[in-house]
Design a protein around this ligand. Structure first.
Ligand code: FPP
Length: 292
């Protein structure tokens, strides 16, 4: 019963440490993992419970995934907690989600501080109830200097909303004469997005088997590896996360190049034309983890 009222004391097991060492030894870990946490409602319905019970159970999944990501040394974890479209849900469900969010923030803050987790949000958080905004601001400020995992909650977020915002900001810069239209590049757009301070996700996980991106991180997911699992979010635990990472490690990330081009560039630091230099460098560093 205790588990429904907050996290129990936690210590990573020795077995789990060994599994994590195995994962690290097996290959490169993703720097940034993004998750569409789906299936809370179905999980509850399957058990004849109200949908809120599914969201509540989903918090335990988020806790376990955050802990295990931090322990593994993942740098960024970004989760879709409340989409722009979720505002259309029944008022009762929306307010229950926000109540759960406030409870979660209060219960998890100490552990975040203890383990260097930095909390961030992306999305139109000014639309959230005042109390939720205050709790978020408090937790963000208190964790701002943490250097471990960055946990980003996407709240009242949609990829199109962020792109529109970015375009408006860039248009304003052009109108003010600060940049010309020809100066607008991928970097300009990237810098104007809510995710400007983080690398693009290497891996996107979606639970509950749906094959959609659902307006999440539209720009940032351009080259992400996708892992879809039928597991519903409240059943998702670190073992599922490890499976997704193992699958990621078996894939070859090509960024539009051929496999042969990529292997040559990585294996021998080959000469590349100036036009490709930056491009290939970014690929090599994303594979080796080293910045040149
Ligand atoms: C989707 O499941 C999930 C959500 C809309 C919310 C996810 C949030 C958490 C797990 C908790 C942490 C965040 C907050 C805001 C408390 P669904 O309800 O769409 O599931 P269904 O597709 O089976 O109906």
């Amino acid at each position: 019963m205790r588990k429904f009222f907050g996290p129990e004391p936690y210590q990573q097991s020795e077995d789990d440490k060994r599994v994590q060492q195995g994962l690290r030894a097996q290959g490169k870990l993703p720097r940034h993992i993004a998750i569409i946490m789906d299936g809370n409602g179905r999980w509850a319905e399957e058990r004849g419970l109200p949908r809120a019970a599914g969201h509540q159970a989903g918090i335990a999944s988020l806790r376990d995934v955050t802990r295990s990501s931090r322990e593994l040394g993942i740098e960024f974890l970004t989760v879709y907690a409340f989409s722009t479209e979720n505002w259309k849900r029944p008022k009762r469900e929306v307010s229950m989600l926000f109540r759960l969010l406030v409870k979660m923030l209060r219960e998890e803050l100490n552990e975040m501080l203890e383990h260097g987790v930095r909390l961030k949000t992306i999305g139109q958080t000014t639309l959230l109830p005042k109390l939720v905004q205050e709790e978020l601001t408090g937790a963000i400020e208190r964790t701002a200097r943490n250097k471990g995992l960055t946990l980003t909650l996407a709240l009242s977020y949609s990829g199109r909303w962020d792109l529109v915002r970015a375009m408006q900001a860039i248009a304003l810069e052009v109108r003010r004469g600060k940049i010309s239209p020809e100066d607008v590049s991928e970097e300009t757009v990237r810098a104007a997005l809510a995710t400007a301070q983080m690398p693009d996700p290497d891996l996107l996980i979606r639970t509950s088997g749906e094959l959609r991106i659902s307006n999440f991180l539209l720009w940032e997911l351009a080259y992400s590896e996708l892992h879809v699992t039928k597991t519903l979010w409240p059943d998702f635990r670190r073992e599922h996360l490890y499976d997704s990472i193992r699958e990621y490690q078996t894939r070859e990330r090509r960024f539009g190049l051929t496999g042969a081009q990529l292997r040559t560039a990585v294996a021998s630091d080959v000469e590349v034309t100036p036009a490709h230099a930056t491009y290939v460098e970014s690929i090599v560093s994303s594979i080796t983890g080293k910045r040149s």
